[in-house]
Design a protein. Sequence first.
Lengths: 110, 117
Amino acid sequence: ETGVTQSPTHLIKTRGQQVTLRCSSQSGHNTVSWYQQALGQGPQFIFQYYREEENGRGNFPPRFSGLQFPNYSSELNVNALELDDSALYLCAIHATGRAFFGQGTRLTVV
Amino acid sequence: AQTVTQSQPEMSVQEAETVTLSCTYDTSESNYYLFWYKQPPSRQMILVIRQEAYKQQNATENRFSVNFQKAAKSFSLKISDSQLGDTAMYFCAFILNYGGSQGNLIFGKGTKLSVKP
């Protein structure tokens, strides 16, 4: 499997603050997607990047934004945090016909 | 709309027994991949098995196999010789294939599987 690393693993933030989550892989695959997984639910698609451009977005407000860098690592930024943003955030690296996940970042908003 | 339905929120099985997890999906597209992912309490989403929609032959990976019925849009997972380490949440998902590039994964709500000694 492709090694996918997310950082940090856990994070506590206060309502109204901003947060940046990071994702990188050893493989250099050019497509990355981000998901939000609330407790007891399946992951929900936030957005996807292909060669540094956003090429798909789920039903999330604009305060969820992202970046993909030339080395294909990626960031998820969330502004004006709300209590409902508390969740596990997963990134996935896409290879042909497969998607490999990092271990996730557990975000708690208080 | 593209959806995945897992009708069994929770299931349990005795160690060494066989269990089948159900999944149905809906898409109007014909070119896609189907997956089963396992998410243990450590929360790492682990790929268990994948199926290419254009292949009729059901995929197998050691103790894991699928029953893929494309016309019925059904994709069940069979776990044989269940082991305690199989205890986890299992998610069914699919991804559209655009001839070289892919869309995003669409997940079901998951089935919590408990393997009992």
